[in-house]
Every structure is written in C-alpha cells, then in structure tokens.
Design a protein around this ligand. Structure first.
Ligand code: ZN
Length: 244
C-alpha cells in the first residue's frame, strides 16, 4: 500500500479494513508538517513513517486527533511529533490510559458497556500481544478551535457537533480546499448506534459553510463535497422517515 498524493501539500494513507485501521493524512508545510489521526497501533505508525521516508517527506512535527476511538488514538504513543486533541478527547484518553489489557479485563468492559464488540474484535486482530497496547493523552489540548500555521499553509482544527462522538474534530485546510472529518459522519457506536438527526443536520450545515473539494473520511475512500453532503442528507431523511 502506498502513500497517495492529492495536492502539492496533501497526502494520505488509505484505511485498512482487516484490523479497522483508519485513513491517515499528511499535510506538508514549509516549516512544519502535520499528520491527521494517531493510528491504531505502533505498527500502523511505523508503516506510515516508512512510507513518508520513501516519499522523501519528513516525520510529522504534529499529529491532530479527530476523536478518542481506539483505532484513531492507540498509535499516539509511537508518534515522534507533538500530538494535539480537543479537551473532550483528552479526557476520554485519560480514562482509557488506566485500562488493563488482559482478556478478562477486556471481556469485563464489554459487559459494563465501556467498550464495544467491534472494537474488541479488531484490537485482538491488530495486537498479537495485548501487553503492547499503550494509551496516552495528547501533548496539546484545545477547547473549541485551534489554528496552526505550518508555513505557507494554515490549518483549522475544530470540535464540531456531529453524530459520531461528542469530541469530533474536523481538520480543515482552506488553501488546499480539503477537509478531514474522521468518523464524524457516522453513527455513535458507543451509544447504542444512535444516529441523532439533529446532530446530522448540524454537521451538514457545518460542511456546507466550508469551501472544499475533497473530504477525507476515516474508513472509506475520499469523497467530493457534494457526495458527503448528499450522503448525510439521505441518512437524515431516512431517520426522520423511520421516526414518523
Ligand atoms: Zn470512531
């Protein structure tokens, strides 16, 4: 699998379904480079770094985290640059950092509802040894919005209202007309797969108000602006119909 170049400054490594690895993004500034999301393991990060080296791109100075879910954060400890997350994400990471990683402890968390079957299954696939799992908090935490000047290119990180999780952060790159939204478009698997129509509507409005051509999502191919908005509108209409 290769690193794909989208614009002069934007690259990505596609998601991998086998162990639920999300898409990882890379933005090349004149001064600093930023990676998007923390990967699901040290192996995931090492793969990304190896591909960067092959493309003569430097190891990221910063990594922006889109939300707390394991597949987007459990590689954070292996990231050389500074990691950035919103306060809500960091609070969640702080809790998970205390989790014990034994078979019994994991099964127990499924019973209490702290974790979900889908995550449990994929964690066991990604990690040969559960003892290799390491959860850390981000180096830098922001409240609502954070702007980064990477040199010749600006980045806006924003915690938005979205159906997937309350800590959903979008990474918007106005000059390149791209946006990374993590899993913000999908349902909340940690809250009985709830797909809140009000939050969907809110998220549609957020996206409509931003100018971009390409939208990078966590677990499938990048979409055009009209496609992600059409998708969310169809989901919204379906839910409203079902509730009638
Ligand atoms: Zn997620």
């Amino acid at each position: 699998m290769a690193l794909l170049k989208v614009t002069e400054r934007v690259y990505f490594l596609a998601n991998e379904q086998e162990t639920d690895r999300p898409l990882l993004g890379y933005i090349k500034g004149d001064k600093y480079s930023l990676m998007i999301d923390g990967g699901n393991s040290k192996n995931h990060i090492e793969k990304f770094n190896k591909l960067l080296k092959e493309s003569n791109l430097k190891i990221p100075d910063y990594a922006a985290i889109t939300h707390f879910h394991w597949d987007h954060t459990y590689g954070m400890h292996a990231i050389e640059g500074k990691t950035i997350a919103c306060e809500i994400t960091n609070k969640k990471l702080k809790i998970m950092a205390k989790w014990e990683w034994s078979d019994t402890a994991m099964k127990n968390r499924l019973l209490t509802g702290e974790d979900i079957e889908f995550a449990d299954t994929n964690i066991r696939k990604e990690y040969q040894s559960l003892q290799d799992i390491k959860v850390v908090t981000a180096d830098i935490a922001f409240d609502d919005e954070l702007k980064l000047d990477l040199g010749g290119i600006n980045i806006i990180l924003k915690n938005v209202i979205a159906p997937h999780s309350e800590d959903s952060v979008i990474v918007y790159v106005p000059e390149e007309k791209v946006i990374f939204i993590g899993d913000a478009y999908s349902k909340d698997y940690y809250d009985n797969c709830k797909y809140d129509p009000i939050k969907i509507k809110n998220f549609i409005t957020t996206l409509e108000n931003l100018e971009f051509n390409t939208c990078f999502v966590g677990h499938s191919n990048p979409l055009k602006k009209e496609d992600i908005i059409r998708f969310l509108n169809s989901q919204y209409e379906q839910i409203v119909k079902e509730n009638h």
